[in-house]
Write a protein that binds this ligand. Structure first.
Ligand code: EPZ
Length: 413
């Protein structure tokens, strides 16, 4: 699918944010820990969410959707994840810890790398081994067997997914566990909160060191998926790139701190309880040097949004991508087709702001695609952005949302 985008309109108005994909996927995985009803509100209906639910259903979980509420219940009838479904999304890896915790075995086809990097699973698998679980990693398939026993485990990197899997593996382990150097992204903290509400014994919630006392059983829960901070940032970036004035509602400003700090260098940004408003003064003089890092520092998932804002600024910006080894090059080359001046050396992009012009570009990953759409909104003329199927994995009707704010985007299959 392509977007045909007529650029140059300044966006304005108000737009609401929906539930976070990366929160919903983790909570779906954790639902395996109980047969009781796990009722999740604010679940967006996007491709990755749909595919994760299909994967769980294929393994026996009962799934019911009523509007934005998804109810998961019942137990797994199989601990072998079907290859066709498991490889549709990276999030499928998030059934690993909970399935081992509850059923003491799993066969999981690994989704492998993607456009942004190789995305290995070593931190997850070494962690399970630390809990005494036998891991057979045959490259594109991993099999685990054994009952997790409480242990000490220090993550070599604060991996979001590995933290989520280790948490789920520890909550029903025999004995207590200490997990050090855990990720503290809001989506990870939401999982910790839901697990506690299910009866897990976790101390240090929200911190990078977690103490977990294993329990025999976890019970059902009703929980609300947190707002998607990356979607909120996407709307703000679209407003900024088009020198518009937009209010984003139903979000958590406290989850957007690093991005708002950067935007504030060139725009008036006001945060209230669950809204963030951006209004434009004039084209910013670049954003200085920005490095991606684990939360609460500048998120890698917002890097492509910043690259676009830097490309259409009036000064120099250095963007350093420290998390994924291949998350700069593609978008830089596509933006350069639109008149940007971006030079990438190793994991750093030097961007000299320019006035962008229309072109035909293609997305190769979810967040990069959003960055290219925003660049087309800012460019003069009519652009084509291909690869929108990547964007649809993480956004609900991005074109429709942006058109509500005054954009001119039409879809072409
Ligand atoms: C989660 O991916 C998100 N996905 C990603 O969002 C996000 O970019 C990433 O966290 C970082 O914030 C979901 O939550 C479904 P990591 P995850 O493990 O858990 C390396 C999006 O667009 N690593 O924190 O896979 C890894 O290669 C997606 O919504 C290992 O080396 O990210 C990467 O370089 C994209 N070994 C870095 O750590 C491991 O065992 C961060 O990965 C695990 C990770």
């Amino acid at each position: 699918m392509d977007y045909i985008i007529s650029g140059g309109n300044s966006l304005s108005g108000e737009i609401a944010v929906y539930g976070a994909k990366n929160c919903a996927l983790a909570l779906f995985g954790a639902s395996i820990l109980t047969d009781d009803d796990v009722v999740l509100h604010n679940c967006s209906d996007i491709v990755d969410v749909v595919n994760m639910l299909l994967l769980l259903q294929s393994m026996g979980k009962k799934v019911k959707r009523q509007g934005d509420t998804v109810t998961l219940c019942g137990g797994l009838t199989s601990t072998c994840a079907p290859q066709a479904l498991a490889t549709l999304l990276r999030g499928s890896a998030l059934i690993l810890g909970s399935t081992v915790a509850r059923y003491h075995q799993i066969a999981l086809p690994l989704p492998g790398g993607c456009a942004i990097g190789s995305r290995p699973m070593d931190i997850h698998l070494y962690g399970l081994q630390a809990l005494g679980v036998e891991v057979l990693n045959a490259g594109d398939m991993v099999s685990c067997r054994g009952t997790p026993k409480g242990a000490y485990y220090k993550l070599r990197f604060a991996s979001v997914g590995a933290t989520e899997n280790m948490l789920c593996a520890c909550v029903m382990a025999k004995g207590s566990s200490t997990l050090v150097n855990c990720a503290v992204e809001p989506e990870v903290v939401a999982l910790e909160q839901m697990l506690v509400q299910m009866g897990a014994k976790i101390s240090g919630v929200g911190s990078s060191e977690l103490q977990v006392e294993g329990v025999e059983k976890l019970h059902g829960v009703e929980f609300t998926v947190i707002p998607d901070r990356i979607v909120a940032a996407t709307y703000l970036a679209a407003a900024a790139a088009t020198l518009g004035s937009v209010t984003v509602t139903h979000c958590r400003p406290q989850h957007l701190g690093a991005f708002v700090n950067i935007l504030s260098k060139g725009f008036d940004v006001d945060c209230y309880e669950n809204t963030v408003s951006l209004s434009s003064r004039n084209i910013p003089n670049g954003y200085g040097r920005v490095e991606t890092a684990p939360y609460p520092l500048f998120p890698t998932d917002m890097q492509s949004l910043l690259l676009t804002l830097a490309a259409c600024s009036r000064g120099q910006t250095i963007v350093v991508e420290n998390l994924f080894e291949n998350r700069l090059e593609h978008n830089a080359s596509e933006l350069n087709k639109m008149g940007a001046d971006i030079t990438v050396k190793n994991n750093a992009a030097t961007v000299i702001g320019k006035r962008l012009h229309s072109s035909t570009v293609a997305a190769s990953d979810l967040r990069g695609g959003a960055g290219l759409v925003i660049a087309a909104l800012a460019a003069d003329g009519v652009s084509t952005v291909g690869g929108i199927e990547h964007v649809n994995r993480g956004y609900v009707d991005l074109a429709g949302s942006l058109n509500k704010l005054g954009a001119d985007i039409t879809e072409k299959n």
